[in-house]
Design a protein around this ligand. Structure first.
Ligand code: NAD
Length: 512
């Protein structure tokens, strides 16, 4: 079996055959059961991880509470310096971590490296931001008074993440949470436990080199029970949850019940509208990458193409041709376009979706298939497929985390926009057009209802500088750039009276 240098990378990242899943910044410990992490690329056992148990949970929580009292008093630019050092370490470990992401999760090496680059980018962004946590000042209606607002840290931020971005989502959250003065507890997906251990190892170096107390950055590699505890725990001020709508719905109501804060980043059902005025060369590339990149396992993956009737047949034929050229295989092999799905359960979901689509009347232009034989021993490789459907099909309304692309025909742009919006999710959307009127209508208040709306680029892949997230069943949360940092702080309005009298607001008189 070709190794692609993975053994060396595992060693550099401190991953052993047997690992422990809990750390508060120092040594790892764990009292839970042991799980095994297999690569979907070649089916090999990468390593074992002993999960965090109940006992570890209390230790982590107490350590975080204590650390917060100290960390919140550190000036924000000094916290920014810690984040700068994390970014620097990530540059040093980029190749190794990118490779591990690719090997444990199954996305292509390029995408694995891209994910680590996103971590570096958000660190850079957060460093600058650490000197810009601005509040407004406003004029008081009362003489001799000053009003302003400021932002204070929240406390403990728990970050619960999905398997498909096993390292970047942690960094998006944690870099912002820290410069804002919070401490973080990360519960990664149990499907990518070693990526989390590797990140914590890198972070632990930074914490140690700066003599920082334990509890500022903790990880608990654990199953959903520990996730549930974090959701229910009053000591957790903010739960940042990335995952399925099914679990997110529960997280949302549980956190709201105890008046906690949450950021929800849930499923998408993203579409590209290909207009009669589209540049078709660009449209095909955007659509194919959007649909088959990360084997259709991005929250922003392109699931639906809404195509103008005048170019429908041409787009369909060109897509079928492009799909015929896709190379499917080991994601560490840079000649491949498409890697595996995360596990055999995901393969079952893919097959089920194809079956349902057919039962509802879907017509497959490119047939799907589970791949077998040499190179595909892990059982996780599937063929990307394309079906002609109606938007109203139950299966089309649903996010299937696999490379299945649905084609839908339209005649007017208003109709296309209505189709694009007519799903429960609202994450990413795009229009391919060279017509200014069409582009502006799509972006207007009568246009896309998604958190992300693009013109002449696809739905997948976002820059860290913008606020990332979506509406409706996608959860309404925002992560990453713009003014998203405000989610990680509590807002306070301050009024100061510097006179010797006490005028009341709204001109109220209260004479004693
Ligand atoms: P998932 O919902 O199965 O799991 C996500 C995380 O939640 C895991 O860490 C899991 O252990 C944890 N969890 C499960 N049950 C829990 C519970 N009861 N309480 C607390 N935590 C619990 O999702 P997944 O299969 O890992 O990821 C795929 C999904 O994530 C897709 O729907 C995808 O669209 C979504 N996603 C969304 C975004 C976004 O930014 N909108 C980004 C990445 C992934």
């Amino acid at each position: 079996v070709k190794d692609f240098g993975i053994e060396k990378s595992l060693k550099n990242l401190g991953i052993k055959d047997e690992n422990k899943g809990t750390s508060t910044g120092g040594k790892f410990f764990a009292s839970g059961k042991t799980i095994e992490s297999y690569s979907p690329a070649d089916g090999r056992l990468i390593g074992k991880v002993k999960l965090s148990g109940e006992k570890d949970y209390d230790r982590v929580m107490e350590s975080a509470q204590k650390a917060f009292l100290e960390f919140r008093t550190m000036p924000a630019p000094k916290r920014g310096e810690i984040v700068r050092q994390l970014g620097q370490k990530l540059r040093e470990y980029k190749d190794d971590l990118g490779k591990l992401v690719s090997y444990e999760m199954g996305k292509s090496l390029q995408e694995g490296l891209g994910e680590v680059q996103e971590m570096i980018d958000i660190c850079d962004f957060a460093v600058g931001l650490s000197r810009q946590l601005h509040g407004y000042t406003m004029h008081s209606e009362r003489p001799g008074h000053r009003m302003y607002e400021q932002y204070h840290p929240l406390g403990i931020v728990s970050i619960i993440t999905a398997f498909n971005f096993p390292v970047a989502v942690w960094a998006w959250n944690t870099a912002l949470a820290w410069i804002c003065g919070n401490v973080t507890i990360w519960k990664p997906s149990e499907k990518t436990p070693l990526c989390a251990v590797a990140c914590q190892n890198i972070m632990n170096e930074v914490l140690k080199e700066n003599n920082l107390p334990e509890g500022i950055s903790s990880v608990m590699v654990a199953d959903h029970e520990i996730g549930q505890k974090l959701v229910d725990d009053k000591r957790v001020a903010l739960v940042s949850f990335t995952g399925s709508t099914r679990v997110g719905r529960m997280v949302s109501s549980k956190v709201a019940e105890r008046f906690g804060k949450s950021i929800l980043e849930l499923g998408g059902n993203n579409a590209i509208i290909i207009s009669k005025d589209a540049d078709l060369d660009m449209s095909i590339i955007g659509a194919v990458f959007g649909a088959v990149g990360t084997a259709g396992q991005r929250c922003t993956s392109t699931r639906r193409l809404i195509i103008h009737e005048s170019v429908y047949d041409e787009v369909k034929n060109r897509l079928a041709k492009a799909y015929g050229q896709l190379k499917i295989g080991n994601p560490l092999d840079e000649n491949m376009h498409v890697g595996p799905l995360i596990d055999v359960e995901a393969v079952n979901q893919y097959e089920l979706a194809i079956e349902k689509c057919k039962a509802e009347g879907g017509k497959f232009v490119v047939e799907g298939e589970v791949l077998e034989g040499k190179e595909y021993e892990s059982g996780c490789y599937v063929k990307p497929c394309i079906a002609e459907v109606e938007n109203s099909f139950e299966i089309v309304q649903h996010e299937t985390f696999a490379p299945i692309l649905y084609l839908i025909k339209y005649s007017t742009l208003e109709e296309a926009i209505a189709i694009q919006n007519d799903v429960p999710q609202g994450l990413s959307s795009a229009i391919m057009t060279q017509n200014l009127r069409e582009a502006e209508l799509f972006l207007s208040h009568a246009g896309s209802d998604c958190g992300i709306a693009n013109v002449n680029i696809g739905t997948s892949g976002a820059e860290i500088g913008g606020a990332f997230g979506g509406e409706k069943e996608t959860g309404g949360g925002r992560e990453s750039g713009s003014d998203v940092w405000k989610y990680y702080m509590r807002r306070q309005t301050n009024t100061i009276n510097y006179t010797a009298s006490l005028p009341l607001a709204q001109g109220i008189k209260f004479d004693l």
